[in-house]
Design a protein around this ligand. Structure first.
Ligand SMILES: Nc1ncnc2c1ncn2[C@@H]1O[C@H](COP(=O)(O)OP(=O)(O)O)[C@@H](O)[C@H]1O
Ligand SMILES: [Mg+2]
Length: 362
């Protein structure tokens, strides 16, 4: 467990190990935990196949919003098949009647874990994963789906053999929603559900705009990218409201404050990705991916992107994220129908966990 992890959602999740779910899946070990659910490695009875099972935290098992979200996630995952989106095999109900999702079991670690353990990325190491996640987002956006919860915990870096290509998979469509015109479950979007992790929230979300689009996802990926390259989040604050103001008004510290060598095209990419006005941002995941490719091309010679740090030791030494402030308890928010925010103490221990820095750990 690292210093950023918090427990929540009722229990550690390990009490379910050994249980047989729906007469079919034997839970072997807990492999990850988010704000809504725990994810277990399981084997199928009979043919002993290894899968991942996502189960709602016991405290949310009969929460109708949470149940509906898990069903929605399953529907969306089945609709968007993409090599960089975690594959779903099926969905069912436990004997207690709460839903579960069966997915491919991914081996590796989340981007959050990688940053916490290894420090900031070299751009050349990050670019491939970024383009893959952008490919996944493009596939979602084309289907009219916004992810809405882009953050390092929801990007999984699959362990690949040495010499093989990086493989990133986008996880967790738990709070995704349809862009305009798609089938909507109004209850989910109207009744004040958690709208994503505040650190990654786009200015238009922070302002409470009711109509959001794919550009909010692209902003969040810009924040993820900043965090992956510097080890720091671009917008931080001691409480929720100040964080919203930061997101709306502050210019993030330039990359050059953290990184010795930042080429101009990379700085320009960030200006675009984190433009406050969504019209000035990348308008599509494809455009963002093309810009990443351009940076690789402009910067590198003959396909080799130079390092931003003079040595690996310097890169690692630059990484001092410091303890996270205790701000996270207040990072829980829900929204009224008119888009205004509601602080909701009663659910802090449940939905709050995800917003409050749970590092999904193996
Ligand atoms: N298919 C999978 N294989 C391996 N680990 C997974 C898989 N899906 C999720 N995880 C792990 O479980 C964590 C929580 O899953 P996630 O879908 O993000 O749930 P939540 O909606 O509760 O945040 C992830 O951050 C990741 O560490
Ligand atoms: Mg998650």
């Amino acid at each position: 467990m690292n210093r950023r992890e918090r427990k929540g959602g009722g229990g550690h999740g390990s009490e379910r190990i050994g249980q047989l779910v729906d007469g079919r899946y034997r839970l072997c070990r807990l492999i990850g935990k988010g704000g809504m659910s725990s994810v277990y490695e399981a084997t199928t009875e009979g043919d002993d196949r290894r899968v991942a099972i996502k189960l709602l935290h016991p405290t949310l098992a009969s929460d109708s919003d949470a149940v509906a979200r898990l069903h929605r996630e399953a529907t969306i995952l089945s609709a968007i098949k993409h090599p960089n989106i975690c594959r779903i095999f099926g969905v069912g109900n436990t004997d207690q009647g709460s839903p579960y999702i069966v997915m491919e079991r991914l081996c590796g670690e989340t981007l959050a874990r990688r940053i916490a353990n290894d420090g900031p990325f070299e751009f050349s190491d990050l670019a491939t994963s970024l383009k893959q996640v952008l490919g996944a987002l493009e596939a979602a956006h084309v289907k009219g789906v916004m992810h809405r919860d882009l953050k390092p915990e929801n990007i999984f870096l699959v362990e690949t053999r040495p010499g093989t290509k990086t493989l990133a998979k986008l996880l967790d469509f738990g709070i995704s929603s349809y862009l305009d015109g798609g089938p909507k479950d109004c209850r989910l979007t109207r009744s004040g559900m958690v709208m994503g992790t505040p650190y990654y929230m786009a200015p238009e979300q922070a302002r409470g705009d009711s109509s959001l689009d794919q550009r909010a996802d692209l902003w969040a990926l810009g924040v993820v990218m900043y965090e992956a390259l510097t080890g720091q989040r671009p917008f931080v604050a001691n409480n929720y409201n100040t964080l919203l103001i930061e997101i709306l008004r502050a210019r993030p510290k330039p990359l050059a404050d953290f990184i010795p060598f930042v080429p101009e095209p990379l700085a320009a990419l960030f200006n675009r990705a984190l433009a406050k006005d969504s019209k000035e941002r990348f308008q599509s995941a494809r455009a963002f991916a093309t810009a990443v490719e351009q940076v690789e091309k402009l910067w590198g010679e003959q396909g080799i992107t130079p390092p931003m740090w003079s040595s690996d030791a310097q890169r690692r030494a630059s990484f001092d994220r410091g303890p996270l402030s205790e701000d996270t308890e207040v990072m829980v928010s829900r929204f009224r129908e008119d888009g205004t925010e509601v602080m909701d103490d009663s659910r802090r221990g449940q939905l709050g966990t995800d917003l409050s820095e749970t590092r999904d750990e193996e």
